[in-house]
Every structure is written in C-alpha cells, then in structure tokens.
Design a protein around this ligand. Structure first.
Ligand code: C2E
Ligand code: CA
Ligand code: CA
Ligand code: CA
Length: 275
C-alpha cells in the first residue's frame, strides 16, 4: 500500500503500475541514449549591458529521442537525477561545452547547469577538472550554474565543494535566484560570483511598479555583495531599457537570442559583426 495516510491510494492501481513500467522504460532509454550519444547542446547568448555585446553563452541540453523526437530538459533531467544517470550526463555536458567553447567561441565564456544532487559528492570537482584538462579551456571562461537548493541540503559540504571548484579557477553563479528560500545575506556565506535573477521577476517589468522595485532592490543588494547580476527571461525592449537604468550587468532571453545550435549561433554572431 502506498501513502495510506490520506486514504486515497490504498493499493497500487493499474494506472500506477503502468506509470512504473513507463518510468522503467524511460530509464532504460535514457541509459541507452547516453551510450549512443543522442544528446546535443544548444547555446543561448548572454548579453553584457556595459559592453553592449554577447559576452557568454549558456549551454542547454536537448535529447533527440529516436521515437519521441526532441525532448526538453524538463522531460528527463529529474529522472536522470533520481537514477544517478545525471553523473555521466553532466560529464558529457561539461566535456562538450568546454570543447565547443575552446574550439569555436573565441573570447566568450560558457555556463553549464549542474544539478543540486551533484553537490552531494566530490565527483563533480573531478568532472570539472577533467573537462578543463581535456579541452584546454581557460578555467576563467567556465561558469557553473547552481540552483540555491544545492546549498541548502548540506551547507558545510556544499561550501567545501564550491571552494574546491573556485580553486580550479571557474566561476559560480546562483541560478533561478528568488525562487527558493535563500536571501542575499545567506548568499554571502558562499563563494558565488554572480546571480541569475529568475524570469518570474522580469516578466512583470516594466509595467508593474512592484516588479520594478523588487528587481531594483535585488540588483542593489547584489552589487553591495560584489555579485554580477544577470536578468533571465528578458523578452521585450522595455524590459531591457529598464534593466539598463537599474545598472544590471547582463541579460539573457528571447529578445537577445533563443538557444541555438553551435553552428546557428556562430552564423548569427557573424551577421551581427558584419552589420
Ligand atoms: P534554466 O537554467 O533556468 O535555463 C533557462 C531556461 O529558460 C531554458 O529552458 C531557456 O530555453 C529558457 N528561456 C531562455 N530565455 C527565455 C525567455 O526569454 N523566455 C522564456 N519563457 N524562456 C526562456 P530549457 O532549455 O528548457 O531548460 C530548462 C531547465 O533545464 C534549465 O533552466 C535548467 O535548469 C535545466 N537544464 C538545461 N540544461 C541542463 C543540463 O545540461 N544539465 C542540467 N542539470 N540541467 C539542465
Ligand atoms: Ca541555468
Ligand atoms: Ca535560470
Ligand atoms: Ca529554471
């Protein structure tokens, strides 16, 4: 019997059995996908407001499933986390992103998303070190995006892991800032270089006075802690202009560019340079 506390699911229903089978199948196909390299990375530009140019990209994973077609991370990352397959997956992501950046994205930094579950063991430090070694990428050009729940599970050991990563020379960004529980003063206890302000804050801008005030305050406090501030999900010119007046450092979002294949991104940047 499952979750008898609420008396709703006293016994496994046929639907639940089917869900378990589907999950098992998905897990197997994820395992197979890693072996057969069915993944690819797309890169979304990050735009510096001081320099008015693309200064970095964020690597985002896609799964080209042979039967189901293109799958987005929301459809498989949590399964990868639960099954431990996130480890070989993130190894592939780190190696590919570092190699692509070193070979094809001259002058740009790259950020990679690392799951909170990976912050429970030292393996992540080895994977980052190995990706840097294999690619020969300057560590200062690699940024690791971590969501705040990574630090909440076990503050002491995640602090040690972060310090070890910093020692390798990479930068640390707190992703989706504002969606969890931590405050900026809590952030001060961890060696973050910057925060990425969640898109839910940006979507009300510039019309909503409260959205504007909140974002302006977070930017101000972040600056007081010497953090670089990236606004995520910037979709309109109005939002961009407002963020410039607030002295935000960087924006990312559909206005500047959607996530693109490496080839498409390079074409777009060449076209911009030519213009
Ligand atoms: P995230 O790290 O917050 O990434 C930003 C997400 O917002 C991306 O979705 C991106 O395509 C989308 N986005 C960017 N600009 C805009 C915009 O202007 N408007 C809107 N509405 N959306 C925008 P995506 O690629 O589906 O990724 C979803 C999440 O999956 C990511 O959220 C990240 O948490 C996770 N993820 C992606 N790649 C990886 C990976 O390689 N490893 C791990 N562990 N997680 C990953
Ligand atoms: Ca991210
Ligand atoms: Ca984010
Ligand atoms: Ca997110």
């Amino acid at each position: 019997a499952k979750s008898a506390g609420r008396n709703r699911w006293m016994f496994y229903t046929p639907e639940m059995a089917e869900q378990m089978v589907q999950r098992r199948e998905m897990e197997n196909s994820l395992r197979e996908a890693i072996k057969q390299q069915q993944f690819r990375l797309v890169y979304q530009p990050r735009y510096g407001l001081n320099s008015s140019r693309i200064i970095a990209v964020e690597a985002l994973i896609r799964w080209e499933h042979p039967e189901l077609g293109l799958l987005m991370p929301d459809q498989f990352i949590s399964l990868a986390e639960e099954t431990g397959l996130i480890v070989p997956l993130s190894e592939w992501v780190l190696n590919t992103a570092c190699r692509d950046t070193q070979q094809s994205l001259e002058g740009l930094s790259v950020s990679v998303n690392i799951s909170a579950v990976e912050f429970q063991s030292w393996g992540i430090v080895d994977r980052v070190r190995e990706a840097l070694r294999q690619s020969q990428l300057d560590p200062a050009r690699l940024e690791i995006e971590i969501t705040e729940n990574a630090t909440l599970w076990n503050p002491e050991s995640s602090l040690e892991l972060m310090l070890a990563l910093k020692k390798l020379g990479v930068k640390l960004l707190m992703d989706d800032f504002g969606t969890g529980y931590s405050s900026l003063s809590y952030l001060r206890n961890f060696p973050f270089d910057g925060i990425k302000l969640d898109k839910s804050f940006i979507s009300g801008m510039p019309e909503s006075d409260s959205a504007n005030t909140i974002v302006e305050n977070i930017i101000g406090l972040g600056k007081a802690f010497s953090l670089s501030i990236t606004a995520e999900g910037v979709e309109t010119e109005g939002q961009l202009q407002k963020l410039i007046t607030m002295d935000c450092d960087e924006t990312q979002g559909y206005l500047i560019g959607k996530p693109l294949s490496l080839t498409a991104l390079k074409e777009q940047m060449n076209a911009l340079d030519a213009a």
